[in-house]
Design a protein around this ligand. Structure first.
Ligand code: ADP
Ligand code: ZN
Ligand code: ZN
Length: 836
């Protein structure tokens, strides 16, 4: 048997399958998706099996054997192996980077060099110091190079000689980063007679042993050693003596770390669906039943905040489990709160595995193994949970599908929505994209039920749109008031709170109701400017303003970490009037405390939530009404559901609008709608106050009226006019070099090669419908200098159904030589979300 593997080397030349032979002994253990060790360029490397075959083109004297199989089961399911091929093609990145993105970091190999003494060496022929070293290694049997160097510090030369002369043999081992956690268990002898007999032969003096034997006669079940010693206060020695007598067996058993072990989840029952929910649910159920026939229908669930989308998810998951199938629920990282987890664990208990980045490496590894061992059928998690190794996947739910955090910003720069649709195609699963403010990409691809004919286009381009236009129980959507901050300034109010917001806060404090205040962090960093000459403190390595950090009294670059002390006077004109501008959450907090003495504020931003579990801690405190105000950045806009919140304030709504990004209106609308949805979800009615310098902007005006449809129509028109996604697709190339000339010249070269390859592709694919494209640039990037490198951008804009990836890949390959020799870096981003 032969296998095709992808080796774990991040280089262009190795980004292809290599053939190996599987020795007979390993054949039963090798499957598609197995992780194996293979000899490669004189080392043993981790590799992943992507194909199995009975023949190979590699000549018999060249083909090598795989050296080991690293896990008891394949780490990738067959559909994930296929998905990795799609990903590397679509996102123009290496196959290995895609595969590594799919498995927990605990499984990313660590290579260790181990040394041992060659068995037939006669040590007496070596020098004194060499003998000492060899003898020590022999005593240890084998040892890592690091440990040996530590033991014989100063004898590095001798050690090297021993390795070069083959006295010490070197072996490279693949080690997992994470060990399975084990627990020491005590198993009593199965035969109670044996226990009784041992008791008879145990002297009266050994009272502890007798006690333990009596305990096991009464409780003949395995128990962990730690629990046993806690209960009976027996020492390990006592257990050990019984083990020697054969009355008990002590064994280490693998256990799974459960991050939620000490939490109790209130079991919940399905709610009786409302009429609207029922009709949505019926369509979903139908899609699930027909999934084999229709190869999975993607569904867009457009439901206002509080319309009961989550309840529908829970019931369709129940349906999926009923059919013996499995489900993935994707939730944006910041919405994956304990409240959210509770809703799923409460309904499905231990059948739920949770994957998110706040788990420790070990916890994540164990949740992953729980899935792999088929102990979990529902996976709830952030972006990368789309790669959960489920084999009977029939349902993928993506909540808040418009969220930009579904796009990964490091290689592989995939979008979880596209990965979900592709994975669903491979497993014939249905996909449900849920949102109160669907992305324009999804909205445009969607067709309402009335127009969805029985012979709907099975081209994977269309999505069935279902609507939940009302809140459960017909609770009204909150009243939204937009305050023009320019007017406030004109009437002499220089505070960051408008008079309306000020009054509303006062009222809530009086009525003991709660408040959520949101501040948009992006574009809101506190920059340093001279009021006399207009000088702005910029990072010397990046073309970007430095941010003031009040508590450390430093100014700092958010891109490269460059830090200097706060400025006493302007470096340009010596004026002392150098000030810190902008409003950070800290400043809002200070202002609140000043204006409303005694007010209790919980502040949530990147500074207060770095510690593990802090996120949960703050939310719990707020839920227990230990604070009046929850103040924070975008991270508080989603998923929170507190009954006593009756006021939501947005300090400045338009900060995002000024970013050079064609999605900024969409982002503003989404954010305002989301945050407004936090108010009045329960008995108490809610009020929302949005402060802005651009009240007439359509994104703010339409968010005020909760009018998604008008917003989508208007925004789609503009995108069409300006030729932006979803009417075309973008691929962004960012080129950087220390010298501005080199960066520019290479960018021009790349742009012309891109044009050439696309011309050729368009000509050869003519019959498949027109491929229209443009290569824009090179232009200086919006951040023209970063970490001392000058940056230029080329953008490919295209529409049509042709295969553009191959042309782009070819262009990159043709420029590779030049990039290498000039040490130019090229970053590729397909369907980019950040255009800087
Ligand atoms: P969404 O996910 O659309 O924001 P949720 O599923 O969180 O909405 O529902 C909002 C509130 O309505 C929740 O408190 C939920 O328990 C409640 N709810 C949902 N469906 C029903 C139903 N059929 N009957 C009663 N209450 C419901
Ligand atoms: Zn100045
Ligand atoms: Zn910098």
């Amino acid at each position: 048997m032969f296998v095709e593997v992808i080796v774990d080397v991040p280089a262009k030349q190795t980004d292809r399958p290599f053939d190996y032979r599987v020795p007979a002994a390993l054949v039963p253990m090798v499957e598609i998706g197995s992780r194996v060790g293979v000899p490669f360029a004189g080392r043993v490397l981790q590799a992943f099996v992507i194909g199995i075959k009975s023949q190979t083109e590699v000549p018999a004297n060249k083909i090598k054997d795989i050296s080991e199989v690293l896990d008891p089961y394949p780490v990738l399911t067959p559909d994930l192996v296929e998905l990795s091929e799609w990903m590397s093609h679509k996102y123009l990145c290496s196959r290995i980077s895609c595969i590594l993105a799919m498995i927990p970091s605990a499984l990313k190999a660590k290579y260790e060099r181990r040394l041992s003494v060659r068995p037939d060496v006669s040590i007496s022929e070596l020098t004194q110091s060499e003998q000492e070293i060899a003898a020590w290694v022999q005593a240890k049997k084998e040892i890592t190079l690091e440990a040996l160097l530590e033991q014989f510090a100063g004898s590095a030369g001798a050690i090297r000689r021993l390795i070069e002369t083959d006295v010490l043999l070197e072996e490279r081992m693949i080690k997992n980063r994470m060990k399975a956690k084990t627990q020491r268990m005590v198993f009593p002898a199965e035969d109670v007679e044996l226990l009784r007999e041992t008791l008879l032969h145990t002297s009266k003096q050994a009272a502890r042993q007798r006690e333990l034997l009596e305990y096991f006669m009464a409780n003949p079940a395995p128990i962990s050693l730690s629990e046993l010693s806690a209960q009976l206060r027996v020492s390990t020695a006592v257990v050990q003596s019984l083990a020697e007598k054969g009355a008990v067996v002590v064994k280490d058993i693998e256990v799974l770390r459960d991050p939620y072990a000490d939490r109790h989840f209130e079991p919940s029952k399905p709610l009786r669906l409302t009429e609207e929910q029922e009709s949505v649910f019926t369509q979903m159920k139908k899609a699930l039943q027909e999934r084999e026939r229709h190869s999975g229908t993607p569904i867009l669930l457009h439901g206002v905040t509080g319309s009961g989308k989550t309840e529908v998810y829970l019931q369709i998951i129940a349906e999926c489990l009923q059919r013996g199938e499995e489900a993935i629920v994707l939730v944006p990282e910041i919405s994956l709160t304990p409240q959210m987890v509770e809703r799923f664990k409460g309904r499905f208990g231990d059948r739920v595995a949770v994957l998110h980045s706040r788990l420790s490496g070990g916890e994540r590894y164990d949740e992953w193994r729980k899935i792999r061992r088929r102990q979990a059928q529902v996976v709830v998690g952030a972006r990368s949970a789309i790669f959960a190794p489920l084999e009977k996947l029939s349902l993928i739910i993506m909540d808040e599908e418009h969220e930009s955090s579904y796009k990964q910003e490091e290689t592989p720069k995939y979008h979880a929505r596209d990965a979900a649709l592709e994975r669903a195609r491979l497993q014939r699963a249905i996909v449900i994209l849920g949102s109160a403010t669907p992305s324009l990409e999804s909205f445009r691809a969607s067709v309402p039920l009335q127009k969805w004919s029985t012979d709907h286009p099975e081209d994977g381009q269309h999505v069935l749109r279902l609507e939940l236009p009302h809140r459960v129980g017909n609770r009204p959507l909150p009243k939204v008031q937009v305050v023009d901050m320019r007017g406030e300034l004109q009437s002499g109010n220089r505070s960051m709170f408008s008079r309306s917001l000020h009054k509303a806060i006062e009222e809530r404090i009086e009525r003991r109701e709660q408040i959520v205040l949101m501040l948009n962090r992006r574009g809101f960093s506190t920059f340093v400017m001279c009021r006399s000459c207009g000088y702005v403190a910029n990072c010397p390595h990046c073309d970007i303003s430095l941010t003031y950090h009040r508590h450390t009294k430093h100014i700092r670059c958010h891109y490269c970490g460059y830090t200097e002390r706060e400025l006493e006077k302007c470096p340009s004109c010596d004026s002392p009037h150098i000030r810190y501008f902008g409003t950070g959450t800290q400043r809002v907090e200070e202002e609140l405390v000043k204006l409303f003495p005694g007010i209790r504020v919980i502040r949530m931003d990147v500074d207060t939530t770095t510690e593990k579990g802090s996120h949960e801690k703050w939310l719990r405190k707020f839920g227990q009404k230990q604070a009046d105000v929850l103040l924070g950045t975008q991270m508080i806009a989603k998923g929170l559901d507190f009954p006593d919140v009756t006021l939501v304030g947005v300090i400045a709504a338009d900060t995002v609008l000024h970013l050079p990004d064609f999605r900024s209106a969409e982002r503003t609308f989404q954010l305002l709608t989301q945050v407004a949805g936090r108010a009045g979800r329960h008995e108490l009615p809610g009020e929302v106050i949005i402060q802005t310098y651009a009240p007439e902007h359509y994104s703010i005006e339409l968010a005020k009226h909760h009018d998604y449809d008008s917003f989508a129509r208007k925004e789609l028109q503009l995108r069409h006019l300006r030729d932006y996604p979803p009417y075309c697709r973008l691929v962004l190339f960012t080129i950087s070099h220390e010298k501005v000339q080199t960066a520019l010249r290479f960018s021009e070269h790349l742009a012309s090669v891109l044009k050439e390859t696309l011309d050729m592709t368009a000509a050869s694919q003519k019959e498949r419908g027109a491929l229209r494209y443009e290569v824009l640039g090179p232009v200086a990037s919006p951040i023209p200098k970063l970490k001392d490198r000058y940056r230029f951008q080329c953008m490919v804009k295209y529409r049509g159904t042709g295969d553009v990836s191959s042309a782009l890949k070819e262009a990159l390959e043709r420029c590779e030589e030049a990039a290498k020799s000039f040490q130019v870096q090229v970053a590729t981003d397909v369907d980019p979300y950040i255009l800087m």
